[in-house]
Design a protein around this ligand. Structure first.
Ligand SMILES: [Cu+2]
Length: 536
């Protein structure tokens, strides 16, 4: 499995130039529809490692208010506004206009203790017209809808449905939404981002995302690097014009602006293009999030430095996993320990394929800094057994194409968003979801509300399945990689494979969604509601 699918299919096609006219990154920018000033910038020509890595501010509560769960308990209340702003994202670029939570890119980090609830009021203070072109053909983004709408989802959180940020529960500028996050879950790296129906890809690309960290006593007891030795790395790729502004590409067809994926040639880390980070020769904890719309990162150090992954989407792994390369699909997170002890005075790049998102500059200190060793075991993770599942669902991932082989629609189970709900797990029940990927792309599939475990992946005879809906496997089941053996909320469903996950529907009854986290796919029907129903 390792490196078998190093990049998304169309990303590969862009890179090799095999896709030109139809889906080149800038087709319409070169045509009549965009201002002549919006000439694309070749971001690979920008000087690398000239800005220091910023660290997002940790948000302070505005107030303490009675918990909706138990009014005798007061919980922190945060007020976060989505606001247009501009910032210099690189030394040699003019300030870039973006939309940020509290005018920051990424937004401020919110921290909470496990079991300690928090109230966040998300205010929409965006302007009335969108910074990118809205495709009115997409479900939920029709011309009769306001072009600027937003709703916030806390990715990875187990929350009541009314606070989950259902895509249709968007609100317009001047309005706000109060969400309650119980945080009754293990320590984990969560993130909040916009989830508005039909324009999610545009809102997130504009900058609407930030980190939300849950901490607990298990994690505290491990003596992991903390304070300034714990560094969040929020990665996303973007395209720029020569004026330093974001470009969100559109298709050459002025009636259908949607493009199937977007890949930028600049990688922002915590809001700077390829910055550098000064570190000491000692271990660091890096909390990495892939906040890109479509790019998969394959992170490795330039000197082949080994690192240890200690956590995935939903928190700590059972034990550290030693790695040289980390794949992160959009929406996935990794908690990593990297030890710079032996690299005093060196410069080490963090690379991803042909990109160089970040450089670490290790201070020249000719002696070792005494630190605590990373424990050999981190957290007890009980593997869910298949016999616990009361139901198995076979769910097809499919894309439809036009005569020229351009994708037109991305579907889950051949069902559009508006069709009646078909997935209705019972609260507290366990199910196996077999994600049957009949496409040529890897799709990171995310389920709201729940955490799950990956059972296995297995190659199947795709044409046979698409024609007859009959599963014929063409290879043995492949177990998940070592760093996928913990709790996940986003799984890479690899092309031509059935990826099986086992899920216990704990938490709350109500309506949630599951979807592909390639945001272009999600916005074009690769998202479905599911209902958690009460046990009889
Ligand atoms: Cu997808």
């Amino acid at each position: 499995m390792k490196n078998k699918f190093p990049m998304n299919r169309r990303e590969f096609l862009y890179t090799t130039g095999a896709l030109t006219a139809a889906f080149s990154p800038f087709p319409r920018l070169l045509a009549e529809s965009t201002p002549s000033t919006a000439r694309p910038l070749d971001a690979t020509t920008l000087a690398k490692f000239v800005d220091t890595l910023p660290i997002p501010e940790v948000l302070k509560p505005k107030d303490f208010r009675p918990s909706p769960q138990d009014p005798s308990v007061k919980v922190p209340y945060y007020h976060v506004a989505m606001h247009p702003a501009e910032a210099k994202l690189h030394r040699d670029l003019k300030p870039t206009r973006f939309w940020g939570f509290n005018s920051a890119l990424p937004g401020p980090t919110i921290e909470a203790g496990s079991g300690q609830g928090a109230i966040v009021e998300w205010a929409n203070e965006l302007p009335s017209s969108h910074m990118f072109s809205v495709d009115n053909n997409l479900e939920g983004a029709e011309a009769d809808k306001p072009s600027v709408r937003a709703v916030v989802h806390l990715h990875g959180a187990r929350v009541p449905a009314e606070s989950d940020g259902y895509p249709e529960h968007w609100f317009v500028p001047g309005k706000s939404s109060v969400c309650f996050y119980p945080n009754n879950q293990d320590a984990a790296t969560l993130w909040y981002h916009d989830h508005a129906m039909g324009i999610n890809r545009l809102n997130v690309y504009a900058g609407l995302f930030g980190l939300f960290l849950i901490r607990d006593t298990v994690e505290d007891g491990l003596g992991l690097p903390s304070g300034k030795f714990e560094i969040p790395l929020v990665l996303c790729d973007r395209l720029f014009d020569q004026d330093g502004q974001f470009i969100y590409p559109v298709s050459p067809d002025p009636k259908k602006l949607w493009v199937p994926e977007v890949f930028g040639d600049a990688v922002l880390v915590n809001g700077k293009i390829s910055p550098y980070c000064e570190v000491e020769p000692r271990p660091y904890r890096l909390r990495i999030l892939n906040a890109s719309n479509g790019r998969f990162f394959h992170l490795a150090f330039s000197n082949q430095l080994e690192f240890q992954q200690i956590g995935s989407d939903q928190g700590l792994l059972a034990a550290p996993v030693t790695m040289k390369m980390l794949t992160l699909a959009p929406g996935e997170r990794a908690d990593v320990i990297v030890d710079f002890s032996r690299y005093s005075g060196e410069k080490i790049e963090l690379k991803s394929d042909h990109l160089t998102p970040l450089q670490f500059r290790v201070a020249a200190i000719p002696y070792a800094i005494a630190t605590r060793a990373i424990p050999k075991t981190l957290r007890t993770i009980v593997r869910t057994t298949e016999s616990e599942a009361s139901k198995t669902r076979e769910l097809l991932l499919e894309e439809t194409v036009d005569a020229a082989d351009n994708p037109t629609l991305m579907l889950l189970n051949r069902t559009r968003w508006m069709a009646p709900v078909t997935e209705k797990p019972t609260l507290g029940s366990t199910e196996i979801w077999s994600l049957v990927n009949g496409t040529e792309d890897s799709h990171p599939i995310h389920l709201h509300l729940v955490r799950f475990q990956v059972l296995d992946r297995q190659n199947f005879y795709v044409m046979n399945y698409l024609r007859k809906r009959e599963l014929k496997f063409t290879g043995p089941p492949v177990p998940p990689e070592a760093n996928e053996m913990g709790w996940k909320d986003t799984v890479r469903a690899e092309p031509g494979m059935v990826t099986r996950i086992i899920v216990r529907f704990d938490g709350y009854v109500g309506r949630y969604v599951w979807h592909c986290h390639i945001l272009e796919h999600e916005d074009n029907e690769m998202m479905r509601p599911f209902d958690v129903i009460a046990a009889r």
